[in-house]
Structures are given as C-alpha cells and as structure tokens.
Design a binder for this molecule. Structure first.
Ligand code: ADP
Length: 437
C-alpha cells in the first residue's frame, strides 16, 4: 500500500509542479508593457513561484538582470530550496538535487523580443513542506491500518486456530481414554466447523462400536464357555464312569458319547460359520439368479428332513430374477427352513411363497409350529439368543442361525420381519429391493 501510494503521489506532485510551471510561463507574457518591465507583477510572480520551489530570473535583450529570485528573494529562495533538499534527502539519501532550467522569450506589444525569462526547479520530483506533511500523515495512517489489520488477523487466527485445536485436543484425549478401554465415555463438544463435527461424531461412533464389540466379546466368551461345558461335562461323566469301572463301555454309551462329540463339533462349525459371515458380509458375489429355481432346489434337499416329522412343505413362486450372492442367500433360506422344520410339530405344514410387492421381492416362510412368545420376538436375531433353552435342548442350535440370516439379508440391502403367535406358528418375511445389482 505504502509503495503504491508513494508512486501515485509522486505522479500527482510531478503533474502539479508541471502545471505550476505552465501557469508561470503563461503569466510571464504580460510582464513587459508600454516599453517597460512591470516589476511589481514580476515580484509577485517570483515570490509565488519560489514558494512552490520554482526560481525565476529575467534578463533584458542586452543581458542585463531585470529581476532574480536569487537576488531579490535571497532569504526566501535559500530557505525554500534548502527545505526541499532536506525533505528529499530524508526520503532518498541519493537524491541528486540537479537543477533544470527553461528559457522563455519575452515580447513587447509589437511582438519584438525584449528579454529572456529563465525558470528553474529541481530536475527530479520534489516535495514542498505541505506535500511532506501530507505524505507523513498518510504514512502514519498506513502504519496504523497495518498494525490494526495485523492485530485483527492475529486475533482472528488465534480464535480460528483455537476453535480447531480445542476440539482436536479433546478428541485426542478421548482417543486416549478409548485406548485405555473406557468405551462408555462420550465426547460432548459442540463445534460449528463441519469437519470437526464429523470428527467428534466419528470418535463417538468408534467408542460405541468398540463398546458394542467389547460387550459382544464378553457375551460370546460366556456363551461359548457355557455351550461347551454342557456336552463336555456329559462326555467327562460318561468317560469317568467307564474308567472307574462303574459303567461298561457298551455300544449305547459309546453312541451317546459320540452324539455329544457331534454336538460339540456342530457348535464349533456354527461358530466358525458366524465368524465367516461377519468377516465376509461386505464381500458379496452378486449374480443373476432365478429365485424360483433356487428355492425349489433347497426345498427338494430338505423335503426328506421334513418328512421325518411328517411335515408337508408347500411352495409357490413366480419366475423372479434376483441379483444376489447365491451361496450366501441359499444359507438364509436353509436356516429359515431348518428352523421352520425344527420348531414345527409332527404333521405340521410349512408354506413358502415368493412374490413381488411395492417394488420389493418378498420371500415368506410360514409354519404352523410352536411360535415365538411376543416378548422374545425382538431378540431372536441377536447372537446366541434362544427363546427357551429347555425347549430347544434337542434342536441342536446355539442361537446364531437368525443372526446369520439377518446379517446376509442386510448386506443385500434388504430386511427381515417376523409375525408369530405362540402355538399357532411363525412367518419370516424377507424383503429385498427389486433393483439390487
Ligand atoms: P438356533 O440355532 O437355536 O435355531 P436361531 O438364531 O436360528 O437359533 O433362532 C433363534 C431362536 O428363535 C430359536 O432358538 C427359536 O427359539 C426361535 N425360532 C427361530 N425360528 C423359529 C420358528 N420358525 N418357530 C419358532 N421359534 C423359532
């Protein structure tokens, strides 16, 4: 700003100095009238000119001095020119102070040359006292504006940096708290900066997710320990009795031990299955599948299992093309069908239907089995949840089948719903968006 201002001001001063010289030249036309020099006017013009840094010398035709600023206004010219020199040196120590002179001819009324006027001033731009005052005031203003702006910028920077660094410090403290295993804490900090808001939300979500995982891990450990203990106690009891010679290792006893071992291995298989689904739920191998054919082949495979309990499976479907991970989705249908067979009494009925409704592909698996009590319905999709452990004792499940079902259906962008009434039966309905690819 300062540089621009000085440049513009120099141009302005140069122009106004040139204008002064032009005025003087114009006025000097009328200083010889009626055969003599008008000394009064010359004096006035000379005084006025030197106050603006312009010296004037007038000689007649014979080169005799008529009037000179340096003679008649010696004191004023010395002080003015010295003042200019001082001013300019204070701005630029290399200022050369060269003088420039113009020669103008003076005429009488008949246009005859009567003498010469010499106008002189410093060659390079020069400032008078009032120019210097103006320049100094402007400099002061610029400095004040600069200082105020700088202070403002520093203040704004501090405010902005604080508004960013404060929450970041809080988030980093929260991260340390989380690192120490305190997942229940929440970062309660409001910020207007959207990135900071997102960061706070993310750290809170992270804490929630870790808290959920921690609870799950604890529950998983307890559940697995519990599930493993029952068959292991039974096997150990049998084996202890046989080793102590209390029981004979008869075929029936060995078969019973073998059944418990099978239960254990089934349990481990299901756990592995659950872990695999969790790990791969975001890696679907989507392909175009004819839903009718897929369901048909699953029904065929489980028909014999249903017949063991004299259960009739009814199946109706239209040709519907779906985009699904065939292998994973087959597991969904198998789990639901196996449950329906498991929880339906002898001579029961299972109806499977696939149909389109409101832009959704619906798959309904309905049985007239034992049903699910109302207050249990909300929990059946949770891991290791079984309605009543005693009623499921012989069904071999560990309560992960529906967890797997929900996880796979959700990964396909769909959802699953249950209608169930105790002793009347249950209906599981899968809804898949029709446009999934
Ligand atoms: P499990 O491996 O024990 O079958 P699931 O997650 O598949 O576990 O099911 C959870 C619980 O939901 C079951 O233990 C059972 O009590 C109940 N359930 C699931 N399907 C049915 C059904 N068709 N009829 C009645 N109860 C059911």
């Amino acid at each position: 700003m300062n540089k621009c201002f000085k440049l513009e001001f120099t141009k302005y001063v140069d122009n106004s100095n040139k204008a002064e010289v032009k005025h003087l030249i114009f006025d000097l036309k009328n200083i010889y009238e009626d055969g003599s020099w008008d000394i009064e006017t010359i004096k006035l013009l000379g005084e006025d000119a030197i106050l603006k840094g312009i010296a004037l010398e007038i000689y007649d035709k014979e080169n005799n001095l008529v009037w000179s600023t340096f003679e008649d206004e010696k004191v004023l010219s010395n002080s003015t020119l010295n003042e200019i020199k001082r001013n300019m040196k204070s701005i630029d120590s290399k200022w050369n102070g060269n003088f420039k002179k113009y020669k103008i001819e003076n005429y009488d009324n008949d246009k005859n040359i009567v003498g010469y006027s010499y106008i002189g001033h410093y060659e390079s731009t020069y400032y008078m006292e009032n120019d210097m005052d103006f320049l100094n005031i402007m400099n002061k203003f610029i400095i004040i504006i600069g200082v105020v702006s700088l202070a403002g910028i520093i203040l704004i920077s501090i405010i902005i940096s604080k508004s960013i660094s404060n929450p970041i410090t809080k988030v980093s403290k929260m991260a340390k708290i989380i690192e120490e295993g305190n997942y229940k804490n929440k970062l309660d900090y409001k910020s207007n900066i959207s990135e900071v808001k997102e960061l706070i939300e993310s750290i809170n979500k992270l804490a929630d997710a870790l808290n959920e995982q921690e609870a799950l891990r604890k529950r998983l450990t307890t559940d697995i320990a519990h599930e493993l203990r029952t068959p292991l106690t039974s096997i150990k009891g049998h084996l202890d009795a046989i080793i102590d010679g209390i029981w004979e290792p008869t075929n029936e006893r060995l078969i019973s031990i073998n059944e418990e071992v099978s239960r254990l291995s089934n349990l481990v298989d299901q756990l592995r299955n659950l872990e695999k689904v969790d790990r791969e739920k975001n890696k679907l191998k989507i392909e175009s599948v004819n839903l009718k054919e897929l369901m048909q082949s699953i029904v065929y495979n489980y028909q014999s299992k249903a017949l063991e309990k004299n259960i009739n499976i009814k199946y109706e479907s239209k040709d519907i093309e779906v985009f699904i991970d065939k292998e994973k989705f087959s597991q969904v249908i198998v789990n639901l069908l196996v449950n329906a067979i498991k929880f339906t009494n002898y001579k029961g009925q299972i109806c499977i239907k696939t149909y389109l409704e409101n832009g959704y592909i619906n798959i309904s698996i309905k049985d007239n089995g034992i049903g699910i009590p109302k207050d249990n319905i909300d929990y059946i999709f949770e891991r290791f949840y079984r309605v009543d452990k005693s009623r499921n004792k012989d069904t071999g499940g560990i309560g992960v089948g529906l967890t797997i079902v929900k996880s796979i259906v959700n990964a396909h962008g769909g959802d699953i719903f249950v209608n169930s009434e105790i002793n009347k039966g249950s209906e599981f309905i899968i809804k898949l968006p029709n446009n999934i690819k």
